[in-house]
Design a protein around this ligand. Structure first.
Ligand SMILES: [Zn+2]
Length: 409
């Protein structure tokens, strides 16, 4: 009896292994040719791949390929497939195509089904299932590396940096051991994660200081607010070297420059690799753009509140950033260089209030509109719900990890 049971268990395990081989979704490179009898072929379009290539790989009927192309032509041409998009082909036992699904974009799918002697095609709007996900972690090296692998995680890291861009300089303020917690929408399809949606709430602990953000809609506009309902938006960004811009600029080489700030004089010097993009900290009008003595290539912006910001030693000023031109907050204006009186590549950043130099790191920056009184009760309810979620997220303790690495135990 016992042997029979063991035998049965072995058969069950083998069966499970085979089954799981057949249902690997979205990874055609893992599908070996002997799985052709499988009725579902799922995959992601590779660079340069055509539908013909896919048909040939799975020995599908070239006649079907022609008819499929004809049927789809009106809705979405299949002559060129886009790398990274997913498809699903179902095939009957005679290797004839029953249906073909292809993602046109995040929201739409081309759905082709066998009909009579040919195929009929339609565009289907994709209905995602939304869930609220809880993520948390600890900063080691930099934000992107700390938030995990994959495109979706990178996008999430950048969204998080955008939310706190007025309070925190993600390129130079982060410390190993800082922590983040995020409640974020996750979009699912057939139980499978597809992408992140909006961040609903976030907590960031930077050098022991806690920053909170809650996403809330006021007067038809959505923004992020702190625990007291004050807008996180300010007239000026924390830093002229924007984390999102720098990250996308250097992403190819996976290089994340460690920036250092010096204060040798009235301004701030950001030591950064030549070519690092420089963004305007606030909106305003360009009042100077060109070369000026020790400053080298310089841009001066007068902001709506009368304050002025200076960006010096630039290697290059972006075309179109000219005297009299309007600038919006975060706009790319130039690149770090060492023009003028500079020993190495760095950005000279200066803030002037009534023409007197001020320290941009300590000066009180005007904020955006707070949650209006009429909505504050509703905001608090949302905040409390989010606080419960955020509090449920556990992050590892950094000190333990650090000690182990240092002592090698
Ligand atoms: Zn300087």
């Amino acid at each position: 009896m016992r042997n029979i049971l063991i035998g049965f268990a072995v058969v069950l395990i083998i069966f499970t292994v085979i089954r799981s081989n057949f249902t690997v979704p979205g990874s055609p490179e893992d599908v070996s040719p002997d799985t052709q009898t499988c009725r579902e072929i799922c995959g992601t379009v590779k660079k340069g791949e055509t539908l013909f290539d896919i048909f040939r790989r799975y020995s599908l009927d070239a006649g079907d390929l022609l008819k499929l192309g004809e049927a789809s032509a009106e809705i979405h041409g299949l002559r060129h497939l886009y790398p990274g998009r997913t498809y699903k082909i179902t095939v009957d036992e005679n290797n004839r195509i029953d249906s073909f699904d292809y993602w046109i974009d995040e929201e739409n799918m081309l759905s082709v089904k066998r009909a009579g002697t040919g195929f009929s095609a339609e565009k289907v709007c994709v209905e995602y299932e939304k869930k609220i996900l809880h993520l948390g972690g600890i900063i080691q090296d930099n934000l992107i590396a700390s938030m995990g692998d994959g495109r979706e995680r990178v996008m999430l890291a950048l969204s998080l940096s955008d939310i706190f861009a007025w309070d925190m300089d993600f390129t130079s303020d982060l410390r190993n051991g800082d922590t983040y917690k995020v409640a974020v929408e996750g979009y699912y399809l057939n139980g499978e994660f597809r992408k992140y949606g909006d961040i609903l709430a976030a907590e960031f602990v930077n050098s022991g200081e806690i920053y909170n953000a809650y996403r809330f809609e006021t007067d038809g506009e959505t923004g992020y607010f702190d625990a007291d309902g004050r807008s996180l938006k300010r007239a000026f960004l924390k830093a002229p070297l924007n984390f999102r811009r720098i990250s996308s600029h250097f992403s190819r080489s996976r290089f994340h420059p460690i920036l250092r700030i010096y204060r040798p004089h009235h301004g701030l010097d950001y030591s950064a690799p030549a070519g690092t993009p420089v963004s305007a900290v606030g909106g305003g009008t360009v009042i100077f753009s060109g070369h000026r003595q020790q400053y080298g290539k310089l841009v001066i912006i007068r902001h709506t509140n009368g304050w002025k910001t200076y960006y010096g030693h630039l290697s290059r000023i972006v075309k179109g950033v000219r005297k009299g031109g309007k600038i919006i907050q975060g706009q790319l204006i130039g690149f770090v260089g060492s023009t003028g009186l500079a020993t190495g590549p760095h950005l000279h950043y200066e803030l002037r209030i009534s023409n007197k130099p001020a320290n941009p790191l300590t000066v009180k920056m005007p904020r955006g509109k707070a949650v209006p009184k009429t909505l504050i009760a509703e905001f608090r309810i949302f905040k409390n719900q989010m606080d419960t979620r955020i509090a449920s997220i556990a992050v590892p303790r950094y000190t333990a990890i650090e000690k182990r690495e240092k002592t090698g135990t």
